[in-house]
Ligand binder design. Structure first.
Ligand code: GTP
Ligand code: MG
Length: 1281
């Protein structure tokens, strides 16, 4: 059976096929696995079976011969209904060259010797089986011949790297092909063997039947396209195959009963798991049932389970037992298949059998029992069951036909499926299959049949478990080896390195291998290198020591790979250097401070753009980073945009190239989520400030965001060319308003229009720009005469400030020593990264002055990815924090922080925290556990992109074709990590919206879905009462932008309602309630009485709280939870305005129930009604959002603005500067609609304002009255409509 780890997708091209006439059925004789030297090629004849192989007594899968390539190469392959690919080991595969294991004795494929061989999916073949074995390589097409039938163009896997020494023929559902993997998309599947046979006209329907015959016979047959009525006895009954998550991928049927019968009686066995999902899987040797059921089977049969060996064994003599097990399927009227004991007792070796050393079976030969236990579904019915059942598999109708095997039949009567989709011929459908899901009662069986399960010779008793001391017999050694391997896997798993989840232990023999490249452990090719080769003691000991070595290696590897220190120690000098030159930075600041203009200069100076275009520039082109039409028109940034640039920085006379990933963020508070997510993933930031206005309202917001995500920053005072610029005032403001220690590292040369450049206070030199757009930097040692004193003074201030935050400088300072330039620079870097300090640069982006020294500052003082601690949460360890390290050699962890749809498809921005990401590899989404292929990786340059094949640890990239949500964590499947999500603020404003034309509904909803996916602060809901679509967001501009984008990008014109404020409702004091709901309207009535009180939540004024203080069970627990739900529902829609209720606590103390009329519904409703009634008595009131509003305007307009603000809010602060003044007020959002036009009018367009949610406060009584009256009127209108 194929494992859960499978690959997906790929550009498999399957060419046209040559049709071949056929009689509708193709038979392929199969044989049990046997000694290679005895192998004789089967003779193939259509539709009949002929036994030609010699008797062989060991276990293994069913194998058949086939021929592939031109000229044909013969191979023997294992038949597997549990997987769906044909694959063959490549002749150069390591396992085939390994003389110790005997190589690939069943044949290999040499592609170079086939003229028709063609690779169609390089590196795309990757299959793993539940026993942990796997095979990877290419998909190819070639001629494939089985049972005399020729398929000209069969897609197959070439196992270039495999631990299985023979190939397989998977005949399961095409959707189970390795290439389809977890996508479960039919589009990814190629026509596998049965499908291709239909395509090539060889058979009529995707169907085949399987006759394995009994254990002693060594061969059976698979018949494609038909059934053979001579190969079964009784009726062939059709039962349903069940899908898994709505998709048919395996032969999953419902096992609904199991009975044990012997001469002494009959027992119905029971299990908690009935109906049991079982997969009919010819690729599995034994059968695996739920543990409770398996234990009963063992007890009946006399098998014993040795926990030490993890295997159920039985005396070999028991194959003579007269007992049978009868397996029932598809409900009480479904088919039953009897399995006799001779099919269930299997040799453990082809040599001398092991002997029970102690216990009641002492001295007897030990055999393996055919039914083992398993703890999770799906359970497997493998060959020990399938030999007794003739099974027809109908993959079109998703049914199987099942009947008792006609053992050793030599006759044949083949009936073909007449057409595609025809039901299984000669089969009747099982009646009442809907009853298959009935769960039978579970009681222990009486074991009346047990006594009759004897070996026929009368030796031994089954009453006591036998003792098999370890290490005295090869079985012990052998099992010990297996145990060690299991422990090794467990060790790896616990160290979270093993990638192959769901590795199952199938009781097979073991050879082990640790793959050093990826630290996973597998045990290899158990069936081939298994028991048969372990007949002597030497291989046994070798197996034990191999397992031990594997365990040790696994532990060492796990330990070595997991610590960042270890990874760091193993890093190559190239990687150390790469990392030290990477900077991931964001530019964040108040609106209009010049972020985009600064970024444009960075792009120009690093050669990323050939010419500078200004925000709102006369050339009408617009800045590179503001790529959206709307951004260019309005001259504001709406979406953050990513880019990257290489900056050659001169260090000690040599140029060192720094790689800078940069995100330009919007300043407007309405788009604050863009800043939020940039800060979440970046290592450092440039905080831009206006030389005139300094710290503004949004500067405070971004300051908070930088602090929230521990982002170190340098500061850049822009607009030094403006009138009234005063950098030292700005430095002061950073220190006082943001309470963030800051000092200038530069002083300006000239000011305002005469601003020329800066003096570097560390090196004490002058820096000026020259040439085209200030492209060249001119450094002079001479500081202008008039600035020398100021420079000394400011340098001293810098050192003093550093002494405050850095111990080394503090010590030098106390010793009255002057730090060297290197010491100063090192201290600035240390303190900046430690979030204790920000060095302040200055310049004018618009005037092309002094941007480059700031870029040097980014390299000098902002952290590289290795300097920042990033943590993830370990989901398997109580979400404990684990440190991630940006080393390529560690397992991959990345965060999808932003989604964007562009003309080429869905783009997902990923920050790579550790490990590297290669194109074409697979990642796991740790939220959904889905595996996704990364077909394309790009680096973003605003709205353009550059393809890259690989992205290193610590970098930022975007990937295509990944379906995920913003904030999802991706790993390579080896680590159970997820990363914490980012902060998403609540919406404050909403708007009803509808497309003007109903024909636009589709585009409208498509657009809305996209916007919501991209922007978590943009939400949409349909109001239940008005049936209106309501969008909500961070402010008027936010919503307006989306309405506008609908129009431009989707050509959907919309009508919008008045903006609405997100009001809240609450209560002001405690009130008791006693509410009785009693309704009788024929039939059962509703009865519930609830008593208690409501009061303002003392703990939290934003949240609600429900509590029960009911004593004596007057209200039973289940109704109490209904009360809780009722309260929750009542709070979702407040009694006054239908807005959310917050800060309220409801306590239930007592109540009453009625024998027949009480229900969850009644208590839910009673609580809602009680709450509603008590709400107004408890001083219910409306809360409105207050917005912290900052207005800046030239001083002359102060009077006008005061008047404007009078009605709208409470003034908190006013600051009067040289020519400007700033006013901060808490305003009711309701009063702020349309404020921008009032402000424009009052200030001749020179005033600016910004708003940010502050808190909820009680609405003024008149407003409340007005709102309630309006709500009631609307409600009444709707009621009477
Ligand atoms: N005088 C002067 N004006 C500047 C300077 N830098 C930018 N500006 C102007 O300031 C305005 C805003 O610049 P942007 O670069 O769009 O500012 P932003 O910070 O990106 O704005 P948002 O992204 O909308 O928050 C534009 O008109 C620029 O030309 C400067 O150094 N001096
Ligand atoms: Mg901008």
């Amino acid at each position: 059976m194929k494992g859960t780890t499978a690959v997906a997708l790929g550009s498999l091209l399957v060419g046209a096929t040559r049709a071949q006439a056929g009689n509708g059925v193709i038979q392929w004789d199969i044989q049990k696995r046997q000694q290679p030297q005895d192998f004789t090629r089967l003779r193939k004849r259509a539709s009949t079976f002929e036994e030609v192989v010699t008797n062989e007594d060991t276990r293994g899968g069913y194998f058949a011969t086939c021929r592939m390539g031109t000229p044909g190469q013969d191979l023997t392959l294992q038949l597997d209904t549990g997987s769906s690919d044909i694959w063959v080991p490549d002749s150069s595969a390591k396992v085939c060259r390994d003389v110790n294991t005997g190589g690939c004795t069943l044949g290999t494929f040499n592609p170079s010797k086939s003229t028709t061989f063609e690779v169609v999916g390089k590196g795309e073949f990757d299959i793993s089986y539940v026993d942990g074995s796997s095979s990877t390589g290419d998909y190819f097409t070639d001629v494939f011949e089985i049972g005399g039938a020729n398929l000209q163009n069969m897609t197959m896997g070439l196992g270039l790297k495999t631990d299985i020494a023979y190939g397989l023929v998977g005949v399961g559902y095409a959707l189970n092909e390795a290439i389809v993997g977890n996508t479960q998309s039919a589009a990814d599947a190629y026509p596998n063997l049965p499908v291709n046979m239909v395509k090539e006209g060889l058979i009529n329907s995707v169907a085949y039947s399987l006759w394995l015959n009994d254990l002693d016979a060594n061969s059976g047959s698979i018949l494609f396209g038909g059934i053979d009525t001579e190969k079964y006895v009784g009726d062939l009954t059709r039962i349903n195959i069940y899908p898994t998550q709505n998709v048919f991928t395996s032969f999953l049927v419902a096992m609904t009963s199991l009975e044990a019968t012997s001469p002494s009686g009959s027992d119905t066995l029971t299990s908690q798991k009935f109906p049991i999902p079982v997969v009919l899987d010819s690729g599995t040797t034994l059968s695996y049932l739920p543990t409770d059921l398996a234990q009963q089977v063992w007890k009946e049969a006399g098998a014993v389970y040795s926990p030490e060996y993890q295997l159920a064994v039985i005396p070999c003599n028991m194959q003579n037992s007269a007992g049978t097990f009868s397996f029932g399927f598809a409900g009480p009227s479904g088919p039953r298949i009897n399995v006799t004991m001779d099919e269930l007792v299997l040799d453990l070796t082809n040599g001398q059998p092991p002997v029970f050393n102690a216990g009641v079976y002492k001295g007897q030969d030990a055999c393996e029992f055919g039914i083992q236990n398993f703890s999770t579904s799906p359970y497997l019915l493998g060959d020990t069951f399938l030999r007794s059942a003739y099974v027809a598999y109908d993959l079109v109708n998703n049914q199987i036909g099942i009947a008792a095997t006609n053992f050793n039949s030599t006759k044949s009567n083949v009936v073909a499926f007449p057409s595609s989709g025809a039901p299984i011929p000669s089969a009747t459908v099982a009646p009442n299959q809907n009853q298959a899901t009935n769960i039978p009662s579970v009681a222990s069986p009486t074991y009346g049949a047990s006594a009759g399960f004897t070996d026929g010779v009368g030796s031994g008793s089954k009453s006591a478990a036998s003792n098999m001391p370890a290490n005295t017999h090869w079985l012990g050694l052998f099992s010990l080896a297996k145990m060690r391997v299991i422990r090794a896997v467990a060790a790896l798993n616990s160290c979270a390195v093993a990638s192959r989840q769901g590795v199952r232990y199938l009781g097979l023999g073991c050879r082990v291998a640790v793959d050093n490249a990826a630290p996973t452990l597998r045990w290899t090719s158990c069936q081939i290198a298994g028991r048969r080769h372990f007949s002597g003691s030497f291989p046994m000991l070798a197996a034990v020591s191999a397992a031990e070595a594997a365990l040790k290696q696994a532990k060492d590897l796990a330990a070595a790979n997991m610590t960042p220190e270890a990874a760091a120690a193993r890093m190559t000098p190239e990687e150390i250097k790469r990392l030290s030159r990477v900077r991931n930075i964001g530019i964040a600041a108040h609106i209009d401070s010049g972020k985009t203009t600064v970024t444009e200069r960075i792009l120009y100076y690093t050669g990323r753009v050939k010419a500078i275009h200004e925000v709102r520039g006369r050339d009408g082109v617009g800045a590179k980073m503001d790529s959206m039409e709307l951004e260019r028109e309005r001259g504001i940034t709406i979406q953050s945009a990513a880019t990257f640039a290489d900056w050659p920085k001169r260090e000690n006379g040599v140029e060192e190239m720094y790689h800078i990933n940069l995100i330009d963020t919007p300043g407007h508070i309405d788009f604050t989520i863009e800043v939020e997510r940039a800060m979440r993933v970046l290592d450092g930031a440039v905080m831009v400030l206006c030389a005139v206005s300094g710290v503004q309202s949004q500067t405070i917001t971004v300051d908070r965001q930088m602090k929230r995500y521990n982002v170190p920053r340098i500061s850049f005072i822009n607009k030094m060319d403006r009138m009234g610029s005063n950098p030292f005032r700005v430095v002061e403001m950073i220190n006082t308003k943001l309470k963030f220690p800051a000092a200038a590292v530069q002083i300006p040369i000239g000011s305002e229009k005469e601003f020329e450049g800066v003096v570097d206070l560390i090196e004490m030199r002058a820096i000026r720009n020259e040439g085209q757009r200030g492209m060249n930097i001119k450094i002079t040692k001479e500081i202008p005469e008039e600035l020398q004193e100021l420079a000394q003074q400011k340098r001293q201030e810098l050192i003093e400030k550093l002494a405050d935050v850095d111990d080394e400088i503090a010590e030098l300072f106390l010793d009255e020593k002057v730090p060297t330039n290197e010491q100063i620079k090192a201290a600035i870097r240390r303190a900046t990264i430690a979030l204790k300090f920000t060095p302040v640069f200055m310049g004018s982006a618009l005037a092309d002055k002094s941007v480059q020294p700031m870029l040097d500052g980014v390299c000098d003082y902002l952290p590289n990815p290795a300097n920042v601690e990033n943590v993830a949460l370990d989901r398997t360890n109580n979400e404990a924090s684990v440190t991630l390290a940006p080393y390529n050699s560690l397992p991959f962890v990345g965060l999808a922080f932003k989604l964007e749809e562009n003309p080429y498809g869905q783009l997902t921005y990923i920050r790579v925290y550790q490990g590297s990401l290669k194109k074409g590899t697979y990642l796991f989404n740790s939220r959904t556990d889905k595996k996704v292929r990364i077909p394309r990786i790009v680096r973003m340059h605003s709205n353009e992109m550059e393809d890259v094949a690989e992205i290193g640890a610590g970098e930022i990239c975007a990937v295509f074709g990944v379906d995920c949500a913003s904030g999802d964590t991706f790993t390579d499947g080896k680590l159970p990590y997820s990363m914490s999500s980012m902060y998403v603020p609540d919406a404050v404003m909403s708007l009803s919206i509808r497309p003007k034309k109903s024909s636009d509904a589709d585009s409208f909803s498509k657009a809305m879905n996209r916007f919501m996916r991209e922007d978590p602060t943009f939400r949409l809901h349909v109001d239940e009462e008005s049936e209106e679509t309501i969008i909500s967001g961070m402010g008027e501009l936010h919503l307006e932008v989306y309405v506008e984008r609908l129009r431009r990008e989707y050509k959907v014109e919309c009508e919008t309602g008045q903006p609405r404020v997100a009001y809240r409702e609450t209560i002001t004091h405690k009130t008791e309630f006693d509410y009785l709901l009693k309704r009788q309207s024929g039939g059962p009535g509703d009865y519930a009485r609830v008593m208690g009180w409501i009061e303002p939540n003392p703990e939290n004024s934003e949240e609600n709280h429900f509590e029960s203080k009911v004593v004596g069970g007057t209200i039973p627990d289940k109704y109490l939870s209904a009360c809780g739900k009722g309260f929750e529902e009542a709070c979702a829609k407040g009694p006054l305005l239908g807005h959310k209720v917050i800060g309220t606590s409801l306590v239930v103390t007592d109540g009453a129930t009625h024998v027949t009329d009480s229900s969850d519904y009644a208590f839910n409703l009673a609580t809602q009604l009680a709450f509603k009634k008590a709400f107004s008595e408890a001083g219910g009131q409306v809360l409105e959002p207050l917005m912290k509003t900052t207005i800046t305007a030239p001083s002359e307009f102060q009077g006008n603005i005061l008047m404007l603000m009078n009605k709208r809010g409470t003034i908190i602060d006013t600051e009067v500067g040289a020519d400007e003044f700033t006013m901060v007020a808490d305003c009711s959002l309701n009063a702020m609609f349309g404020f921008s036009s009032h402000l424009r009018a009052a200030t001749q367009g020179k005033g600016e304002f910004s708003m940010e949610f502050s808190h909820y406060a009680a609405a003024a009584p008149h407003l409340q009255k007005e709102l309630v009256a309006k709500y009631e009127k609307e409600w009444e209108a709707k009621r009477t409509k």
